[in-house]
Design a protein around this ligand. Structure first.
Ligand code: IPM
Ligand code: MG
Length: 370
């Protein structure tokens, strides 16, 4: 089946443009080989948009995203804009985009790639076949709660508010339960219900829903304990459900377990176009040096192919080719280890394109697509 899709590319700041270009080249090769049409347009967001238009999320950008079949983002932020107040920063552009597209689900799979076992900080028996999914609420919580600065008799106070409503919890929990049902039927909901009222509602709501999903084994964990358990014995988890803030923190921690945050993709779903982005930041110190690992971005593109366009075969093609490149010893700096060939990001991408060609031409030999 030949598809025609409109994809908005939002390269953003720092290494964002480099990794987005890499993923876009993979998508274009996919279109060529399988005769799909991926029409892409590039628009500014974050610091790049502030410099160009004065706003981190220009109307034109958000409007185009609403009309797209999918949105693909690199990263936002950097020292150049660090002095700006919260509402004016590059990050506000990303949060505005998430809110504007009604994206309340953020799915972050953390899975060990076989050839990269050696770069995990965990002992092999602890790493096991780590394969978890973090389901992070993305449109509420402290990121979007009431905030401000007040002056109390000459003393400055600043505040942010964590708040969740029952429907907000139910819609993200529905996604997490469904995900768990399709996997190993284990769901761990993370909160801080021993301290926070919003977490008590979170726990009560998630618990009440368990009758709808009798096949799923629900467990609750306080976030501090979850951080420890994730580090000590991560394979006990399957699907982890969390608030916006806790999910932000736990997903970086989980990424460390597989050796580099540069490896982890994400997909966000909601009421408008879905958004795909690697979970890493703009890494300003790496920008322009041709070292940024494109894997998180490329795997975000394969999530787009598989989960949103229904192109499982194409996604397998890219992912299997990628694993063979890694098996061949090619690495970017962040994932290199003794005995491997550390190459620039552009050389890594070049090798991946060659491998994709080879896989395509010798599909049968590789057991792909048959
Ligand atoms: C992430 C990032 C963002 C977040 C920043 C850049 C606003 O850390 O996607 O995890 O906190 O959500
Ligand atoms: Mg983060």
């Amino acid at each position: 089946m030949k598809l025609k899709k409109k994809i908005v590319l939002l390269p953003g700041d720092g290494i964002g443009p480099e990794v987005t270009r890499a993923a876009a080249s993979v998508l274009q090769e996919c279109a060529r080989e399988f005769q799909h049409q991926f029409e892409t347009i590039e628009l500014p967001i974050g610091g790049a948009a502030i410099d160009k238009t004065g706003s981190p999320l220009p109307n034109e950008t958000l409007d185009a995203c609403h009309k797209a079949d999918a949105v693909f983002l690199g990263a936002v932020g950097g020292p150049k804009w660090d002095a700006l107040t919260v509402g004016k920063r590059p990050e506000t552009g990303l949060l505005g985009l998430r809110k504007g597209l009604g994206l309340y689900v953020n799915l972050r799979p953390v899975k060990v790639l076989e050839p990269l076992r050696g770069i995990s900080p965990l002992r092999p028996e602890r790493l096991g076949d780590l394969d978890i999914e973090i389901v992070r609420e993305l449109a509420g919580g402290m990121y979007f709660g009431e905030r401000g600065n007040v002056n109390e008799n000459g003393v400055e106070r600043a505040f942010d508010t964590e708040s969740y409503s029952t429907p907000e919890i139910e819609r993200i929990a529905t996604f997490a339960y469904t995900r768990a049902e399709a996997r190993s039927r284990r769901l761990c909901s993370v909160d801080k219900a021993n301290v926070l009222t919003s977490s008590q509602l979170w726990r009560r709501t998630v618990t009440a829903m368990s009758t709808v999903y009798p096949g799923v084994k629900l467990e609750h964990m306080y976030v501090d304990n979850a951080a420890m358990q994730l580090t000590l014995r991560p394979t006990q988890f399957d699907v982890i459900l969390s608030s916006n803030m806790f999910g932000d923190i736990l997903s970086d921690a989980a990424a460390a377990l597989v050796g580099s945050i540069g490896l982890i993709p994400s997909a966000s779903f909601g009421t408008s176009a879905p958004l795909f982005e690697p979970i890493h930041g703009s890494a300003p110190t790496l920008a322009g040096k041709d070292v940024a690992n494109p894997i998180g971005s490329i795997l975000s593109a394969t999530m787009m192919l598989r989960d949103t366009f229904g192109l499982g075969l194409e996604a397998d093609w890219v992912e299997q080719s990628l694993v063979r490149v890694l098996n061949g010893g090619y690495r970017t700096t962040d994932i290199s280890e003794p005995g491997t060939k550390t190459v620039s990001a552009s050389a890594f991408l070049e090798v991946l394109h060659q491998e994709m060609q080879r896989t395509f031409e010798h599909a049968e030999k590789y057991g792909w697509g048959v």
